[in-house]
Design a protein around this ligand. Structure first.
Ligand code: ASP
Length: 293
């Protein structure tokens, strides 16, 4: 069954196994997903609530949640620095904004939104992006603020942690947003699929996608755009297109998963890793979350 409005969130994919997970972390992650769903749902249930605002609200909650590898609690690169990437895309207008390798903006997804709204650009990186965050009056923090010791160890052990949201609002408009600290120990300056429009994040007039996984392979398989193209060109269901695009990354050796929604309110949350932190809600239903296979 599909219904609109609807919303899905993820908190990353990877070697997430029940036997490795402490009950406390399991509960904290589940609560983070529920909080994000509640934030997005609040937007979507308001009069004229927009999918774009819902995905921003949901991802912002997940960035602030220490359990996930985005915003506070992000993994560190080879220099011991949190370098953050985020993107947002609005389906009806095909507007997009992205930032990569930012180190001081508290909520990278809000900066991605500003890049979309307040500049003529789609992507800003590094020092220039951090500078515009300050100029625009976004919350700026010391890089140490992102770093939480225990989380860093747990990310390394349990994998995953990138966050994302996709939503369809009552008008049938869709949007996607994704945010990450990248992969543990990545080379300074490395950028994965998350902020690459068409790889880790995509929205158009029909579908919205947010990915998580081995970013290099998601880029090389153009996973998010592949789903949109399959839906548009082959008439495949959202679920079939999502499975096929993920298999494309898998064939290159890529683990991961994604969340996808279409204008009718169909949701797909496939993954080929051990687990994926995920949750969804649709009008008339209660929110649901899951972690393992
Ligand atoms: N896709 C992210 C990246 O490659 C990492 C992840 O989803 O775990 O940066």
């Amino acid at each position: 069954v599909s219904a609109i409005p609807a919303l899905a969130v993820h908190g990353g994919s990877g070697a997430i196994r029940r036997e490795d997970m402490s009950p406390a972390r399991e509960a904290a992650c589940t609560q983070g997903l529920l909080d994000a769903l509640a934030a997005g749902r609040r937007v979507l249930e308001a009069a004229d609530g927009r999918a774009l605002d819902a995905v921003i609200a949901a991802v912002r909650v997940l960035e602030d949640c220490e359990e996930f590898n985005a915003g506070r609690g992000a993994v560190l690169n080879s220099d011991g620095v949190a370098e953050l990437d985020a993107a947002v895309m609005d389906g009806p207008t095909r507007s997009a904004g992205a930032v990569a390798a930012v180190t001081t903006v508290r909520n990278p997804v809000l900066l991605a939104l500003e890049v979309m709204r307040s500049t003529p650009h789609v992507m800003l990186v590094g020092a220039g992006a951090d500078r515009i965050a300050a100029e625009l009056g976004l919350d700026i923090v010391d890089n140490e603020w992102f770093v939480t010791d225990t989380r860093r160890r747990e990310h390394a052990e349990n994998g995953g942690g990138t966050v994302g949201a996709v939503a369809v609002d009552a008008s049938g408009a869709v949007a996607a947003a994704t945010s990450t600290g990248g992969m543990t120990g990545q080379h300074a300056g490395r950028v994965g699929d998350t902020p690459i429009i068409g790889a880790g994040t995509w929205a158009d007039d029909q579908v919205a996608i947010s990915g998580t996984g081995h970013g290099e392979l998601f880029i090389r398989a153009a996973v998010a755009h592949e789903i949109a193209a399959r839906v548009r060109l082959t008439g495949e269901s959202l679920a079939a297109a999502a499975e096929a695009a993920l298999a494309g990354a898998g064939a290159l050796g890529g683990f991961g998963g994604l969340i996808a929604v279409n204008a009718e309110g169909d949701l797909a949350l496939p993954f080929n890793s051990d687990g994926m932190f995920r949750g969804s809600w649709a009008a008339g239903d209660e929110p649901v979350t899951a972690i393992y296979r």
